[in-house]
Structure formats: C-alpha cells, structure tokens
Design a protein around this ligand. Structure first.
Ligand SMILES: [Zn+2]
Length: 449
C-alpha cells in the first residue's frame, strides 16, 4: 500500500493506491487524513463522518463483533468507538447482539451487529413486460414485493409511469404503516442511460427515445424528490454478480465482463474494480456491435448486430417460437424456449447452439479488449448455459497463437473462464438494492433526515 499526498497545496487528503503483487492497480481511494487540523470544523466533521462510516462498514462485514475487534481492524482508538458506537445504536444502524462471543479477561464481551431495520429502500425494476417493486430494509431483508404487467404500451412512458407510481405509493404507505423510514428509491431500467442526473437514452424494447423517467415519477410522487436514483440493469447486475463470484471464490473479482439476454442483449464491464461508464455513461452496450457484416437488419438501423443475429427475437424465430413471441410477448416465449431446451427439443437446441457460436466469437473479442478474469453470462443465457457448449478455450485450435499466448498468461483468470451468473433474473434488482444501501451507508450521519 502506497500513500501519496493528493493535493500538495492543502495537504489535507491522501490517495491510497493498492497494487496487486503482479502489477496493476487494485483500487484507488481518496480519503481525508485521520488527524485533522484542530481548528478546522469542516475537516473535523468530514473526518468524523469518515470514521463513522468506517465503523459501520466494519460491523456490517464482520457482525456480530466486539468493540475491541472493530478498533483493532479499523485502527481507531477505543475512545472514538465509545462515542461512535452509541451514536450509531441511537440512530438505529447498530444494535446490541444476542450472539455469544466468549469472554475477555473474565468479563463477558457484549457484541454488536448491524441493524438498519428502521429504514427502507424501494427498488423499482422496469422490464419489457412488468414492473416489479420491492421494499427492503438496510440489511437487505425484503419487507414487501409486488409485480404488475404493464402491457408493453409501445412509445408510451406515461402509462408505464402510472403503473409504477401506483405500486410505489402502495410501498410508501406500507413503509409508513410499519414505521420504517423511507430513504431512497432506486429505479432499474434495461436501457442505456445518459446525462447527470441520468435519463433513459433510448429503449428499443419499449419504443422510447429519451425519457426522463425519474422526473415523470417524481411529478406524480413528490415524496421521491431528491430520493430517487435511476440505474442501468446490467451495470448493477454486474456488481451483484461480482460479489457473488468473489464470495464463492474467496477472492476479489475485479475484472469481469457480464453479458446477458432476456428480452434484448445487455452487458457491463468491471475493469480494475471499476465499472466502465465511458464519457457519457453508455460505455458498454454490446447488443449493437457488429457480428456479421451485411447480416440481418436491426432495430437500430444497422445490419448484422449482435442483437439482430443472436437476440431473443432471432433465436425464438429459429426455435419455431416466433408466433408465441408475437402473441404472448418475448419474455413468455423465452421461458418456453428454456423449457423446450431442457426437454431436449431439437429446434430449440439448434437455435441455442447458433447463439453459442456467435457468443463464443464475441467472447474472444471481449477477452482481447478487456482481459477479464472471466465472462459471466446472465439472463436466460445462465439457464441454458450447458446447451451453448461454450468451450473454455474459446474454441481456438491448439496451434492458435492466441490460445498459446493465453495459456502462458493465465495468472489472473478464473477457471472456468466463462461461467453462468449466480443470481439469475434477480441479479439486477439485487445489485440495485446493494448499490442504494451502500450509497446511503457511506454517509451514516445524514440518516432519517
Ligand atoms: Zn443494432
């Protein structure tokens, strides 16, 4: 770990850079110095906020735990903890735990754990067919969940907003009736977002051009003013999948490519522990990259896009499910495709193998571009992963230069290299909830206000 002065003139902040042993940056954190100028009220309050967040994060990670263990891990003085812990208990973010942690020098240890049951986050997930709304507390426990079909009213955000606001109101009432303080709503869209605060750039699934979705919802539910975030589904899904993968591996998943298909094709990349956003937040939209020059025409106006060649509509047509998709919707037809593949239906399996071939080529390209530890396939692709028969050596011949080179530099890679997502269709919502909670808990002194 190397610490460098971040701002030479003020010398108030530090940048901590962690390097992996084989080179490459693991993470960069800008943090206030822990010993502030005595006469600077602003500094001292930001350091305090930082220390409070540090304690909270440590207890969340290690609960149930003792005050002494928190002090040892965070490097904070026991005296600081004797003020911070009671304050967090009074705020409803920590509580005394009934777990037994043994004794210390003959005195019983009184453990603490994370609480957060008095504060609520509402996650709103818009898909091509439904709106799902889930209320959770800050420990991520589900308090209530509802889902409604919105009937896919093409090019008509208002009627989708109407369904969403009805459900959100019901959840706000529910939280109020159960004495849970509403903190934040996080709205998940399967579409590229642009700008700050973000708006929907376009949705080919819903026939939208730019739509200020949060603005439309806040106009109907003013309680959400300043308390609503809009996130892209794949961007939060990759966060959830990277944590699930890291928990399984017992090692950080800092470099991942996530590709998913449900009613379209989406994806996200984590590189060096950071989500790739690009200059405008639309840095990785794999659905419209070219996979076959002069191929099928695509909704975006080009030909031979990944979506046009291997998206759900193309696959359903090959599998003989085009009519079902037209009458019952793509989502219903995709789940029928999965059922048929599992039952061994030859047309369904052939359609999936066609996708598998294209996926394999796309994955080789992505490996060349991002050098990920592994590629995670989500959405329905996770359910039919075995049917793709994607080879871990990516189908390259033994003499292939790339294969030879990769086999020599496999140090950072996770085996197998291509894996199905752990969280299935819930990945986006789970990631959005986690993202919202982490954001709130990063500033624990502003709670309940
Ligand atoms: Zn396209």
């Amino acid at each position: 770990v190397v610490a460098l002065p971040y701002h030479a003139a003020a010398e108030r902040d530090l940048v901590v850079v962690a390097f992996a042993r084989r080179g490459g940056t693991l993470g960069i954190v800008r943090m206030p110095r822990l010993a502030p100028e005595a006469d600077s009220a602003a500094d001292s309050s930001s350091v305090r906020g930082h220390n409070v967040a540090l304690v909270l994060e440590d207890v969340r990670t290690h609960e149930p735990t003792s005050r002494a263990a928190v002090a040892a891990r965070t490097g904070l003085a026991r005296a600081s903890l004797t003020t911070i812990v009671p304050e967090l208990i009074a705020a409803g973010l920590l509580r005394d735990s009934s777990a037994a942690l043994g004794s210390r020098g003959g005195r019983p240890v009184s453990p603490i754990e994370f609480d957060g049951s008095g504060f609520g986050v509402i996650a709103v997930e818009v898909t091509v067919s439904d709106i799902a709304v889930e209320s959770v507390d800050l420990a991520g426990r589900t308090l209530r969940a509802d889902s409604r079909a919105h009937g896919r009213p093409l090019a008509d955000p208002e009627s989708i907003v109407a369904v969403a606001t009805r459900l959100i109101r019901r959840h706000l009432d529910f939280l109020a009736n159960t004495s849970v303080h509403f903190e934040l709503a996080v709205i998940v869209m399967p579409a590229p977002l642009i700008g700050s605060p973000p708006i929907v750039m376009a949705s080919s699934d819903l026939g939208w051009r730019t739509v200020d979705l949060v603005g439309l919802i806040v106009a109907e539910v003013p309680e959400l003013e300043g308390r609503a975030l809009l996130v892209n589904d794949a961007n939060v899904a990759v966060i959830a999948e990277s944590r699930a993968l890291a928990a399984d591996l017992g090692a950080p998943a800092t470099d991942l490519v996530y590709l998913k298909s449900l009613t379209g094709i989406g994806g996200a990349v984590i590189s060096g522990g950071r989500l790739i956003g690009g200059a405008n937040g639309v840095g990785f939209e794999p659905g419209h990259v070219l996979v076959r020059p002069g191929g099928r025409s695509c909704v975006c106006g080009r030909n031979g896009c990944f979506f046009a060649e291997a998206g759900p509509e193309a696959v359903l047509e090959t599998a003989g499910l085009g009519e079902l998709a037209a009458s019952a919707g793509v989502a219903v037809a995709v789940s029928e495709l999965v059922n048929r593949a599992h039952a061994g239906d030859p047309k369904a399996l052939q359609a999936l193998r066609n996708v598998g071939e294209i996926l394999q080529a796309v994955i080789v390209d992505l490996r060349l571009m991002f050098d990920p530890q592994c590629v995670v396939l989500g959405g329905y692709w996770a359910d039919v992963f075995d049917d793709f028969r994607i080879r871990d050596d990516l189908g390259l011949a033994d003499s292939h230069t790339l294969k030879v080179a990769w086999s020599e530099i496999d140090a950072g890679r996770i085996s197998p290299f291509v894996v199905p997502g752990r969280l299935g269709a819930r990945a986006a919502r789970a990631g959005a909830i986690r993202f919202a909670i982490d954001m709130l808990l990063a500033e624990p002194l502003s709670f309940g206000r």
